[in-house]
Design a protein around this ligand. Structure first.
Ligand SMILES: Nc1ncnc2c1ncn2[C@@H]1O[C@H](COP(=O)(O)OP(=O)(O)OP(=O)(O)O)[C@@H](O)[C@H]1O
Length: 260
């Protein structure tokens, strides 16, 4: 249930979202709110509907998907509006799970960073390169000049994920959706990417899709738990971890405590 006070300053409001593919209902009754400037983790087992929910927010549902309900970004309805047709205020930046698939393998990082800096941030001339270097350094890529000249295949997995983060930040969207951005990384690189997101998404609302409740607790202030295409609980992350009411969250918390 979404109340008026929840939606007063929301970057994202999803209400009664249902998604079907080929007549099979994959999401139903999904309600969630990401307050402006806050960070919300979307957790759930494999197949629970996290990526479909993220896809509905990003305007990237699979072909043939039928969606009903409401997805509002910055107060504007966007459900069914593809990413390319969104107004500037409702564009959502994305960090994908697989940076190799998200980046163009034939184009240098410099050129891929320049596109959002020109189109979204409105920068021109030397300001584009200066901001590109600043963003790469901000995400922990010390050798920014070399990275700018590189194509994705010349970088490590962790470096590519940082490049994707820099590109997402370059767009200066009010909402950033990160779909399991740390899953393919080793533990040290995972921690570094989480640090980068914590430090560089201040002021930007974040919907962070993850299996990892420990990462959710380290990065986010709210958590939404999906199970079988429905939201089974949501609220402040510390409160829910302290007293989980769904079996799924209880299992995630128990597993995270055992691994600590
Ligand atoms: N294009 C599609 N056609 C048919 N079914 C789909 C399609 N995309 C997803 N599904 C189904 O929808 C359900 C939710 O999928 P989704 O990818 O959202 O899960 P997820 O929680 O992100 O899982 P994971 O953590 O494994 O990525 C799954 O049962 C999946 O098989």
């Amino acid at each position: 249930m979404i109340t008026g006070s929840d939606t007063a300053a929301s970057a994202l409001e999803v209400e009664d979202l249902a998604v079907s593919v080929g007549g099979t209902r994959l999401l139903r009754g999904v309600d969630l709110v990401v307050p402006a400037g806050s960070r919300t983790a979307l957790v759930g087992a494999s197949g629970s509907g996290k990526s479909l929910t993220a896809g509905a927010v990003l305007g990237r549902l699979p072909a043939g998907a039928v969606a009903t309900g409401s997805v509002r970004v910055a107060g504007e309805e966007v459900l069914g509006v593809p990413a390319a047709r969104r107004t500037p205020a409702t564009r959502v930046a994305a960090i994908a799970q697989d940076p190799l698939a998200a980046l163009n393998p034939l184009v240098t990082v410099g050129a891929q960073l320049a596109t959002p800096l020109r189109r979204r941030a409105g920068l021109r001339g030397s300001a584009v390169r200066a901001r590109a270097v600043e963003l790469l350094e901000a995400v922990g890529l010390a050798d920014a000049e070399r990275v700018l000249r590189s194509v994705p295949g010349e970088l490590s997995g962790g470096q590519r994920q940082r490049v994707c983060t820099a590109i997402a930040l370059a767009a200066r969207a009010g909402l950033l959706v990160a779909d399991e951005p740390t899953t393919a990384l080793d533990l040290v690189t995972q921690a570094q990417v989480v640090d980068v997101l914590r430090e560089h998404t201040r002021g930007t609302a974040l919907l962070f899709v993850t299996h990892d409740i420990a990462v959710s607790a380290a990065l986010c202030d709210r958590v939404v738990v999906l199970c079988g295409g429905r939201v089974v609980e949501q609220g402040p992350v510390e409160e829910l971890i302290g007293a989980p009411s769904s079996d799924h969250l209880r299992e995630l918390v128990t597993a995270a405590r055992a691994a600590a």
